[in-house]
Design a protein around this ligand. Structure first.
Ligand SMILES: Nc1ncnc2c1ncn2[C@@H]1O[C@H](COP(=O)(O)OP(=O)(O)OP(=O)(O)O)[C@@H](O)[C@H]1O
Ligand SMILES: [Mg+2]
Length: 268
């Protein structure tokens, strides 16, 4: 049984709550007064054109960048000034828009490092890693959760781009997160790889609260119940998928975006 510390007075605390969250880079307000509440177990997509502030918003939530203003709570606890590793200890994990793996290590070694980094296990230099069966069991479990159990001995640089993105999800799962932030998990994937990734994400433990930045509207609609649209750092729309889809402003900016990305993709 896991009890959330401090949850006695707030048993239904939101998994994540942002209030007036702002990030200014000199003159530019990349994130501009964002209010957002995500319920435990909810699956939420964040969409919006390039430069809308989506990745910056994730960096504020994970603590990699401090907000200029506003308040962030995780499971009812104010984390606005908390260091990233302290937020991770509260159950937060994220993946990045750009691949962030050790290319010369194997898939299993990447997972072992991630598992070990989050567990208070003291490694002894002169003891072989296989003397730590719990670490191996956890590393293999996360590889299996993303369908990479047959690739554990493969060096990352030999994995396909799609498999590398799957491995990133495995790393994020290493610490048994309660809130998982995924930054464009299908970016750069072929339609078949994207389909596989979507299926994999749909099968994640439903207890994990999921926030996904996703450019592909179809993927966003398949994965999540609610969509938040960011535009110039502000929340332009927020609601159930069909409501957001019907919003004329969203159609205008988002269809414009899709046209741009189609043009980019069609370049040789
Ligand atoms: N460290 C930084 N310093 C200055 N400006 C920044 C910094 N990080 C982001 N920005 C600017 O903030 C704005 C939002 O960037 P961000 O990367 O959050 O957008 P995004 O919605 O993730 O875009 P994309 O869809 O292209 O990934 C952009 O104009 C970007 O150039
Ligand atoms: Mg981004």
């Amino acid at each position: 049984m896991t009890a959330i510390r401090g949850a006695v007075s707030e048993p239904r605390a939101a998994a994540l709550s942002l209030s007036g969250v702002t990030k200014a880079f000199e003159g530019l307000r990349a994130v501009d007064g964002v209010d957002l509440t995500v319920a435990p177990g909810e699956r939420r997509a964040i969409i919006g054109p390039n430069g809308a502030g989506k990745t910056t918003l994730f960096s504020l939530i994970s603590g990699e960048q401090p907000p200029t203003a506003g308040r962030i709570t995780l499971f009812g606890r104010d984390v606005t000034r908390l260091a990233p590793h302290r937020r991770a200890a509260l159950g937060l994990a994220r993946t990045y828009q750009i691949t962030n793996l050790f290319p010369c290590l194997t898939a299993l070694e990447n997972c072992l490092l991630a598992v070990q980094a989050l567990k208070p296990v003291k490694l002894h230099l002169h003891r072989a890693l296989d003397r730590y069966p719990d670490l191996f069991a956890r590393a293999r479990a996360v590889l299996e959760a993303v369908g990479l159990q047959d690739k554990e001995g493969e060096a990352v640089r030999n994995l396909s781009h799609g498999e590398q993105r799957q491995l990133e999800i495995a790393l994020a799962l290493s610490g048994t997160p309660k809130l998982l932030l995924l930054d464009e998990p299908t970016a750069g994937l072929s339609p078949a790889e994207s389909h596989l990734m979507t299926a994999l994400l749909k099968k994640l433990d439903p207890a994990i609260t999921l926030l996904v930045i996703e450019h592909d509207m179809d993927v966003a609609f398949q994965l999540t119940d609610r969509i938040t649209v960011l535009h110039y750092g502000k929340v332009l729309a927020d609601g159930l998928a069909h409501e957001v889809k019907a919003n004329p402003l969203v159609q205008e900016i988002y269809l414009g975006k899709l046209e741009t990305s189609r043009r980019k993709r069609s370049k040789p």
